[in-house]
Design a protein around this ligand. Sequence first.
Ligand SMILES: NC(=O)N[C@@H](CC(=O)O)C(=O)O
Length: 379
Amino acid sequence: MAATEIQLDLPVDMHVHVRQPPMSSLIVPHLALGGIQTAYIMPNTIPPISNVSQCVEYLDQLESLLPPSSDVELIGTLYLSPTLTPAEVQRAAAVRHPKTGRLRIGGVKSYPRGVTTNSDGGIESYDVYDEVFAEMERQGLVLNLHGEVPSDEEKNITVLNAEASFLQHLHKLHAKFPKLRIVLEHATTAAAVEAVKQCGDTVGCSITPHHLQLIVDDWAGKPVNFCKPVAKTWDDRKALRDVIRSGHPRFFLGSDSAPHPFASKMPSAASHGDVQTAASCGCAAGVYTSPILIPLCATLLESFGALDRLEAYVSTNARSFYRLPVSQGSAKRILRREQTTVPSSFTLDAHKDKDDWARDKAQVVPFWAGKELPWKIIS
Ligand SMILES: NC(=O)N[C@@H](CC(=O)O)C(=O)O
C-alpha cells in the first residue's frame, strides 16, 4: 500500500538564491514553507558577496526576515573573485553564529564569467586561485562549482554542451586538491553524473528537482522553465533519476531555486507594450521552487519509484557530505498525502494592489504553478 505519511530528517537545501531587499522579504519565509531547515545561500547578489564582512551582514539581514517561529538556519557562501585571499578564507572558516555557535560560512562559489545571472565578475581561469583552494582545503571550506564553460564558436560550445565541456576542470581540480571538498552544482547530464562517480569521496554533486523533470523541450519557448544549466535530454534526465534512485551518498538536493520577477522572465511583460523593447530583451535564467520544495521532491521521486530515497536526497546525504549535524531527537519534517495546488504566483505585499506593470516586477511565478501536488508538509 502507498505510504500516507513520511517522516524525514530535517531537510537541507544546499544551493538556494534568496536575493536582496525588497525581493528577499518575499523569498526568505518561503524556505520554511517549502520544508527546509538548513539553507545554503548563494552569493550572486548585486554586488556579489565577496568577503566575510559582506557575508555576515547579508546573513544578519536575511535572518531578520525569518518568521519568529522558524527553525531555519542559513549558511553563507563567498563569491570566488580576485579579492578572495587565503587570509580571507581563514577568517571565513572561523566565523560562528553568535547564538548557535555553528559554522556560518560553508564554502566558496565559483561562477565562470558570463554563464548565468550576475556572473559578470566570475572567473576565467582556475589556476590563479591555487593558493585560495589550498587554504580552503586546509580550513575545510567547500568549493561549489557552477559547472559550465562560456559559449565559444571556435570550440563549438553552446548551452547544450557547456556542462560536458566543463568536466575536465572538475577532474583537474580534484587531482590537484584531493582533500578539498568540491560540489559540482546542479548537474544536468549523464556525463556529469559519471564524472562525479569517478571522483573520490571529497567530490559531491547537487541535483535540482526541476532537472529531475524537465528536458530541452520543456524550456524551449517556455520561459518559466528556463534556467542555467539548461535541462538536457531524456537520457540525461534518466541518469539523474537513476543516481537518486540508487541512493548514491554523494548526490543530494541543491534546489537552485532562483526567483526572478515575472517581468524579467517574460519579455512581453517587461516591454510593457513596447514592441522594440520586447524584441531586444532576454529571459532571466532561473526556476523558482522554494515554497513547494519538499512536497515537489516527494512527488517527483515517487513518480520514478524512488520515494524510499527521499530522506537521503533531501537531508542525510548532504548532511554527511557537508558535516552538518543530523536532526536532534524527535525533530522531523512530516509529509502527509494530501492534495494541494501550487499557487499561480507570489507577490510582495506592498505591490499586491498596484497596476499590472508594477506588480509584474514584484511577482514571482513558481515551478508547476497551478498544478496539484499530492504531498503536503504538516509539521
Ligand atoms: N540557475 C539559474 O538559472 N540562475 C541562477 C544562477 C545560477 O545558479 O546559475 C540565478 O541566480 O538566477
